[in-house]
Design a binder for this molecule. Structure first.
Ligand code: ASP
Ligand code: MG
Length: 472
């Protein structure tokens, strides 16, 4: 059995969803003669949908009724358009369209109750964001049925059992395993292709939870390990894990084989193609992972295995992220303390606001927080309310810097990283990059720079050349 996971851009439009169906069908047929045939699909929400759902929940909590209704109407339009362009008139189209309308009406009822309470809890937020994957899985399963195979949308709330740490729930593997054995394995063994919602699960009492942003990769690995899949294939929009973003560096090349630990390390630095938790479930069972490109499905991508072959290339990689903002929270000397810094981070975590990188300065009495730009206004609102209220004796000052990016250089543990950190600093000095903040572990194997967004492409290109990664 193979688990295939498709991310948001891979299911971002009707054409992309149709392409996903082609890929699934091709491999389903090709693997029919395997000792244990069967295909399981895991999908993310259509691109940007999760962000829009979060926005709708926040709008509801602020009582901005017209905004959350507008978002809901936009979601309905987008998903119904996909149904109409993908499914021929008939029962499947009617059923899928009806299911989508029902789900979005349920979402609206949810949002209405959040608006009535005037408060958004982590539990409520998880309930709202879970709709994205429910919608995309409904459409893909219907399309697969139309293409002549048996397929069924399956909500991971009936499979993945978690604790109640809403927003970043921990998986309870033994209970999950039981569910997978009783629900998922029999379906796949009968030749049905289950299309499972990524990203979500439920507590033992059935309350919906989420596994953390980008968590659909993790879902795929949980299912793969739980059903004893032969491989887990993560389909994204680039040719595997590369030495740099190929949209920035034309010379970037794919790392063909990585060990579990190497891949986990790269994922922690924000290599968008793989969620850092994905490796954990498959390590024990040694199930190989592949990172493939749904836009270029014939490319072999990256294989992630327990013991890579002796002749594979070992190379550092550059990971870059744009679309970020930096928020600096500072206070007068006598008011600044580590406890205050900790309190700021705790507050943001409670609000479900992921901080991608931070640095603390004693001399400037400040905490620099790097967040995604779409979280910026909510973050500012929360910080102002909690920490810069003028009535407070030691109100903090909050400054915003927009259009920020990060560039990380990651050397792999077993070589190829000699002096990599000092090399990276030298390259940045040579290029005149303006470094706003730095994060570096004590191992000297990697370093992350926070820099102005517009300098990201030149910096990444320069690093790629200076670190000797360009290929002749
Ligand atoms: N849809 C979720 C997110 O945007 C999960 C995922 O895409 O993996 O975070
Ligand atoms: Mg992802």
């Amino acid at each position: 059995m193979i688990v295939h996971k498709f991310g948001g851009t891979s299911v971002g439009s009707p054409e992309r969803i149709s392409n996903v169906a082609d890929i699934v069908l091709k491999h389903h047929v090709n693997h029919q003669a395997d000792p244990q045939p069967g295909t399981v699909v895991v999908v993310s929400a259509m691109s940007e949908v999760t962000d829009q759902l979060i926005q709708s929940a926040r709008a509801a909590a602020r009582g901005e009724d017209s905004l959350y209704r507008e978002i809901k109407a936009g979601l309905l339009r987008r998903h119904l358009e996909a149904v109409e362009s993908l499914l021929a008139p008939g029962t499947d189209r009617l059923e899928a369209g009806g299911a989508i309308e029902d789900k979005l009406n349920e979402l609206e009822r949810f949002l209405r109750s959040i608006a009535m309470l005037g408060e958004l809890t982590a539990r409520g937020r998880d309930a709202v964001v879970s709709f994205g994957e429910m919608l995309s899985s409904t459409i893909l399963a219907a399309l697969l049925r139309q293409r002549g195979v048996q397929s069924q949308a399956v909500s991971a709330t009936s499979l993945i059992v978690t604790d109640d740490k809403f927003g970043e729930a921990g998986v309870l593997f033994p209970q999950t395993q039981i569910n997978l054995g009783s629900h998922l394995v029999p379906l796949a063994a009968r030749g049905v292709i289950p299309v499972v919602t990524g990203f979500i699960g439920a507590t033992e009492s059935g309350v919906t939870t989420t596994l953390g942003r980008g968590g659909s990769d993790f879902s795929a690995a949980i299912l793969g390990a739980g059903i004893g899949a032969s491989e887990v294939w993560i389909w994204s929009d680039v040719d595997g894990i590369l030495t740099a973003d190929p949209n920035i560096v034309s010379q970037a090349h794919t790392l063909q084989e990585l060990s579990y630990l190497e891949a986990a390390e790269l994922a922690y630095y924000g290599a968008d193609v793989l969620h850092p938790k994905t490796i954990r479930p498959v390590i024990e069972s040694g199930i190989p992972l592949r990172i493939l490109n749904s836009f270029n499905p014939e490319h072999p991508g990256t294989r992630i295995v327990a013991a890579p072959g002796p002749n594979r290339e070992i190379s550092p990689a550059i990971i870059s992220t744009t679309g970020l903002s930096l928020i600096a929270v500072s206070s007068r000397e006598e008011a600044w303390s580590l406890a205050l810094a900790a309190n700021i981070l705790h507050t943001l975590s409670q609000e479900g606001l992921p901080v991608l990188m931070f640095s603390q300065s004693f001399s400037e009495h400040s905490l620099n927080l790097v967040l995604r730009a779409q979280d910026q206004s909510h973050c500012l609102r929360v910080l102002r309310k909690e920490f810069s209220d003028d009535c407070r004796p030691h109100a903090c000052e909050i400054k915003l810097r927009e259009q920020i990016g990060t560039v990380s250089v990651v050397g792999l543990s077993n070589g190829g990283s000699n002096g990599i950190v000092s090399h990276a600093y030298a390259a940045l000095g040579k290029g005149g990059t303006q470094v706003i903040a730095v994060a570096q572990p004590a191992t000297e194997r990697s370093v992350s720079f926070c820099i102005p967004e517009e300098q990201v492409p030149v910096t990444v290109r320069l690093l790629h050349t200076e670190l000797g990664l360009d290929r002749a």
